[in-house]
Write a protein that binds this ligand. Structure first.
Ligand SMILES: [Ca+2]
Length: 300
């Protein structure tokens, strides 16, 4: 309440942009200047209420999603990376000549800031680390390091192979590359420090895409499916499957590229957002136990 009151007072004196920034806990705003949310704490155990209910059974647990809220999402956005920060969302998009990094207000879908990726590069997963924003590229082997306030590129690091999804725990970053392997990276310099092979009941789970660390487990969209794998990052074992088909069916797209892809968490509040490429809707969801798993390993 105190923050809201401060925001209201600031609005009277300085304008609405300042008020919004104060209310959402941003820390660097000028009149007409950048909105600059601080990164949320990583989705480690104890960060806040559990997002995915724990299961006591053996083998992967089955989950579904219940929609809590629907808000607008830019249906031209080819969503590749999504993270929550201080009440706002950073979204990275793909395709050559169309890739962007954006700061988006989740309630309205309004774009508060935007920076284009060079047309020779295809934007992929996004993560925050130590106050900097990292954006992968698909086949260019470049991590674009950005100022989280201006979104301007401030540096680059390189890696071998493809970049798909990215998430971190404050110490390491995990990268997916479209295979069944996640690579662990040192956030400073981006050297690969380890890899983990993702297995579901003994079978490899390929096409791991957008990532988010939630409750200390990695949630991963499986490309071109409505399923999200829940992965133990220590072992690579799939500990659960979240069925996103209620959202896919509601969107009802006939575009084969318009797949579920985009996972963001507010670990402090225990809130989860999902969207997809070219989806007109951003969903806030609740994860619930359900029946029914995909075949082991998913999808062949
Ligand atoms: Ca994410």
């Amino acid at each position: 309440m105190k923050l809201a009151a401060v925001g209201l007072a600031a609005a009277v004196v300085l304008g609405a942009a300042v008020a919004v920034a104060v209310v959402v806990g941003t820390d660097l705003v000028g009149d007409g200047g950048p909105v600059c949310p601080a990164f949320d704490p990583p989705g480690v155990p104890g960060a806040g209420p559990a997002v995915v209910p724990e299961s006591t059974g053996s083998g992967p647990a089955a989950y579904t999603v219940e929609v809590v809220d629907r808000t607008p999402h830019d249906e031209t956005a080819f969503t590749q990376g999504l993270i929550h920060a201080g009440g706002l969302l950073y979204e990275g998009t793909g395709l050559y000549g169309e890739s962007l990094i954006r700061l988006v207000e989740p309630e309205t879908g309004d774009v508060l800031a935007e920076e284009a990726v060079d047309e020779s590069e295809f934007g992929e997963g996004v993560a925050g680390h130590a106050g900097r924003l990292y954006q992968l590229t698909w086949r260019e082997g470049q991590v674009l390091v950005r100022d989280r306030c201006s979104l301007a590129e401030t540096g680059r690091m390189t890696y071998e192979g493809e970049g798909w999804g990215l998430t971190g725990d404050g110490s390491v970053l995990w990268r997916s590359d479209g295979t069944d392997t996640l690579s662990l990276h040192d956030p400073d310099g981006f050297a690969v420090t380890a890899t983990v092979d993702v297995r579901d009941r003994g079978e490899p789970v390929a096409r791991l895409n957008e990532l988010e660390l939630v409750d200390g487990q990695i949630l991963a969209n499986v490309w071109q499916t409505p399923w999200i794998a829940r992965i133990d990052p220590a072992t690579g074992e799939v500990t659960g499957w979240i069925d996103g088909s209620p959202l896919v069916e509601e969107i009802g797209s006939t575009d084969p590229e318009a797949v579920l892809n985009g996972i963001a968490v507010d670990a402090r509040a225990g809130r989860l957002w999902l969207t997809g490429k070219r989806w007109p809707t951003m969903f806030e969801v609740r994860v619930l136990p359900a029946m029914g798993l995909p075949p082991p390993g998913g999808f062949g």
